[in-house]
Design a protein around this ligand. Structure first.
Ligand SMILES: Cc1ncc(COP(=O)(O)O)c(C=O)c1O
Length: 372
């Protein structure tokens, strides 16, 4: 268990939503963002941009790839908009595949493509993202791109990403993976996946706060993408200042845009570094132990587990459907348990590296007490 985070008083199980603040964040913000501004004014840019490099380096270590394959972004939806804007539609490749289990915001982005002539094909709510055969049936030579959520936000189901990518490659389908709900709790090797794009944000399990999202672009085919949404930081020479000469940056930075924000990336780097210090395999094992404990407890209660029972098909969250929700809400609120509720009265609980086994025992006792 890590003691490097400010955890609100109570039992904090909301890391699928907002991970806790690292102790080192305040000092880092002061030293690496505010102090250079205070002392150097506009000349702080060199040192600010170094912080972006630190963010990319820390991410690269955590996610098994090279720092230059990452481009900072504001949030996942905007990163996805930029990726989709780099595609050209053709008569024989005009459909986009995704799933009804994706986070709605990404679905909203994808559905805009109907305006440009794309057809949309989705796995329905009744189909499981864990089922490779469903993906196999969904993808066809007509599919231009497939959007895969690694771990779903509603029930924490984990898609077999590597195998879906392998199928996609057989049909020359562009692959985009959303790791917003897995980065920081599930070990990931981006180089092994060999997707075209991967997007995520720091706000959840990475414990980095909002505003520090990222876009990973496969280094083997970076130069083929020409996003419409650009800015001077997407240019090969941002400080050239020639309005008639835009050339896409040779790296993932072609997806960057205008003047970047800095503070969110300083904060986020402290979160990622704490996770690296703790060890991603260790945090995954810790989460597995605590989530399994919740699942074992509720097995005898008759409550519905919405998260897949098979450990290999699960992310870091346990989703449980309750019947008498006012009763359980009151008990959890009275005991300062931090949780949230999604559709179908599904409650989400997400143990991270700052949660102890005792806290989970208390949660289980509270749940049991309301089901007697
Ligand atoms: C799977 C997934 N993708 C994306 C997001 C967030 O997207 P954005 O950064 O655009 O708000 C979430 C937030 O809950 C999520 O769970």
């Amino acid at each position: 268990m890590s003691k490097s985070f400010h955890t609100p008083s109570g039992i904090y199980l909301l890391s699928h939503s907002v991970g806790c603040l690292p102790y080192k964040a305040k000092q880092a913000l002061d030293e690496k963002y505010l102090k250079p501004w205070e002392n150097l004014g506009g000349n702080a840019w060199d040192s600010w941009l170094e912080q972006i490099e630190e963010f990319k380096t820390a991410l690269a270590m955590l996610l098994g790839s090279a720092a230059e394959s990452f481009c900072p972004q504001t949030n996942v939806s905007s990163a996805l908009t930029k990726i989709l804007s780099s595609f050209t539609i053709s008569k024989d490749k005009n459909s986009i595949a995704y799933s009804a289990h994706d986070f709605p915001s990404t679905g909203f982005v994808i559905s805009q493509l109907k305006k440009t002539g794309y057809q949309l094909n989705t796995l329905s709510k009744d189909q499981q993202i864990t089922d490779l055969d469903e993906w196999d049936r969904l993808l066809s030579p007509q599919t231009k791109a497939v959007f895969i959520t690694h771990v779903s936000s509603d029930v924490s189901a984990m898609a077999p990403v590597k195998k879906i990518i392998e199928i996609a490659k057989q049909h020359q389908i562009i692959t985009i993976v959303d790791i917003a709900q897995s980065a920081g709790i599930i070990p990931i090797s981006l180089d092994e996946w060999d997707s075209d794009f991967v997007i995520g944000s720091s706000v959840k399990w990475l414990c980095g706060g909002p505003g520090a999202a990222f876009l990973w672009v496969n280094p083997n085919n970076q130069s083929q993408w020409e996003p419409l949404d650009v800015g001077w930081f997407s240019h090969q020479a941002p400080f050239e200042f020639d309005i008639n000469n835009f050339k896409y940056a040779k790296s993932a930075n072609r997806f960057w845009g205008g003047t970047p924000s800095i503070a969110p990336f300083v904060t986020a780097t402290t979160g990622i570094k704490e996770l690296l210090t703790f060890g991603i395999d260790k945090s995954h094992k810790h989460n597995r132990r605590l989530t399994q404990k919740i699942i074992d407890y509720i097995t005898d209660t008759g409550l519905a587990l919405e998260t897949p029972l098979t450990a290999e098909q699960r992310g870091g969250t346990v989703s449980i459907r309750f019947q008498e929700i006012e009763k359980i809400k009151k008990v959890l609120n009275d005991n300062r348990v931090f949780y949230d509720v999604r559709r179908n009265n599904t409650f989400r609980f997400s143990p991270h590296i700052y949660n102890s086994e005792n806290e989970i025992t208390t949660l289980c006792d509270l749940i049991q007490a309301t089901t007697r």
